[in-house]
Ligand binder design. Structure first.
Ligand code: PLP
Length: 234
């Protein structure tokens, strides 16, 4: 387990940096939510991040999210109630077990997955909030829908009442930093603006930016940044 006071220091530093960047971009500090991506650390260290003030927690593997959610349940502490975000790939056979646990799924990357989420959500009598993951890096190895596929998928969402697509998610390309990352984020925002207008769907959320490029992402309109490494530096 990592030293909790170290985790708290890291959290305070990132929280302040995110707030300052938002304000310097002319946006309210509260307009950016930080998802602390806890995939690198154990449950007690994740709990230290939560008690430092990071209520939104993200995992990239569904099994890790299940395990940590169960661990938090066992703590029986009403104050230890994170909002879980799934930020990595979700296999269709893991949808049923994941849905009751998550606040937001960032990584819808196929029509079949979206349909599975819709079907399972209907069966549970719930509505699930999701983001479509768009590949704006052009890299084959990167996950996410091509912009064309994402646009087609968005057109189908009015027919799926139990899923609510609330925005888009993207990762900058491998080793892409600075201006190059910023252009990819800017492209995601432009796609969002265009689809929102053309299809008349509200898409308020833009999940983009990680430890190395969150400032660029916030300047381009990120409403959610997903930060891992920088929170667990020791
Ligand atoms: C790991 C991960 C992050 C966090 O990345 P860092 O560079 O460690 O901040 C964000 N988003 C996704 C999808 C991830 O898998």
């Amino acid at each position: 387990m990592m030293d909790p006071s170290r985790v708290r220091q890291n959290w305070n530093r990132i929280r302040d940096a995110v707030a300052e960047t938002a304000v310097s971009a002319g946006r309210p500090a509260e307009s950016v939510t930080i998802v602390g991506v806890s995939k690198y650390v154990d449950s007690p260290t994740t709990a230290a991040l939560l008690s430092a003030g990071c209520v939104d927690l993200g995992e990239s593997r569904p099994q890790s999210l299940w395990q940590k959610a169960a661990w938090f349940d066992q703590q029986n502490d009403p104050a230890a109630r994170p909002r879980w975000h799934l930020v990595g790939h979700l296999q269709r056979n893991k949808v049923r077990r994941t849905l009751p646990l998550v606040h937001l799924i960032h990584s819808v990357d196929s029509q079949r997955l979206l349909e599975e989420i819709a079907t399972e959500s209907a069966g549970m009598g719930r509505t699930t909030r999701v983001l479509l993951e768009v590949n704006v890096s052009g890299e084959q190895a990167k996950t996410g829908l091509s912009p064309e596929a994402a646009e087609r998928l968005l057109r189908q969402t009015p027919a799926l009442p139990h899923v609510q697509v609330v925005g888009l998610m993207a990762m900058a390309g491998w080793a892409t930093v600075g201006d190059q990352a910023r252009r990819q984020f800017s492209w995601l925002r432009e796609l969002r603006d265009r689809w929102q207008q053309e299809q008349g769907l509200p898409l308020p959320e833009l999940s983009m930016g990680m430890s190395n490029d969150f400032a660029e992402a916030i300047r381009e309109g990120a409403t959610i940044v997903r930060i891992g490494t920088a929170l667990f530096d020791s």
